[in-house]
Each structure stands twice: as structure tokens, then as C-alpha cells.
Design a protein around this ligand. Structure first.
Ligand SMILES: [Zn+2]
Length: 124
């Protein structure tokens, strides 16, 4: 799966190209790590062949990247996703559902725009 292509589509479509490119890897779990200025986004290897899920994961982790880049505090160490995360997620292509333990962690794309562009590009 071309994670960089998905990132580029997300960046162009929802961030006017203003996100700085992170290192995108397939690994264990879905996570964002700011890594002292060299951010990494990881997509769990069990999802790597499902573009719909990978798009959803990258959209979510890009919100953390954006918040980090703009000094917005969006998430605690315990993974509670706060109101700032909600605001940024919902202005960058996501719908978020609340839960008491993890806050606004549970997200999904608000529509299929990124997935459609991605599939069109890899199939052509
Ligand atoms: Zn998160």
C-alpha cells in the first residue's frame, strides 16, 4: 500500500499541503509519534491490504501530526482525545464519536473522497 500517496491526498485535500511529511511505516498498532521533530505515523500491518481502513487511520493520525505542528494539545498520555482533537478532526475530514475513556478517539472519514481519489490513482 502506498502510504505516501494516501498522505499526499489527505494533505492536499484537507490541509492545503501544509502538513510536513512524516515517516510513514507499517508496523505494530496504529500510532503517531512526534519523535523529537521527525514524526512517524504507523499503520498496523493487519490493515495494510485494506485501503478503506488505511485511509481512515492516516486521516486520524494526520490530525495528531497537525496538532503537533501547530502546538495544539490534543491528547493525553493516556490517549484521551480532547475537545481540541475533536475540533481539528472534524475540520479535517473526520466524524468523531465520544467515549468516556478515550474521548474523541473513535473517528471515521466523513465521506469517501480520499479513498476515491486514491483508488482512481492506483487503478489508472
Ligand atoms: Zn489518536
Amino acid at each position: 500500500m502506498n502510504l505516501n500517496l494516501i498522505f499526499d491526498i489527505v494533505n492536499t485535500h484537507y490541509y492545503k499541503g501544509e502538513l510536513k511529511r512524516p515517516r510513514l511505516i507499517i508496523g505494530d498498532g496504529n500510532w503517531f509519534d512526534p519523535c523529537n521533530g521527525n514524526p512517524v505515523i504507523c499503520v498496523d500491518n493487519k490493515f495494510q491490504n485494506d485501503p478503506e481502513i488505511v485511509v481512515s487511520i492516516i486521516l486520524h493520525e494526520c490530525v495528531h501530526l497537525w496538532c503537533r505542528q501547530n502546538y495544539i494539545f490534543d491528547c493525553t498520555r493516556e490517549q484521551y482525545h480532547n475537545e481540541s482533537f475533536f475540533d481539528e478532526a472534524t475540520s479535517h475530514g473526520l466524524i468523531a464519536v465520544y467515549d468516556d475513556q478515550y474521548g474523541w478517539n473513535n473517528t471515521r472519514p466523513k465521506d469517501s473522497t480520499v479513498l476515491d481519489i486514491f483508488l482512481e490513482q492506483i487503478l489508472n
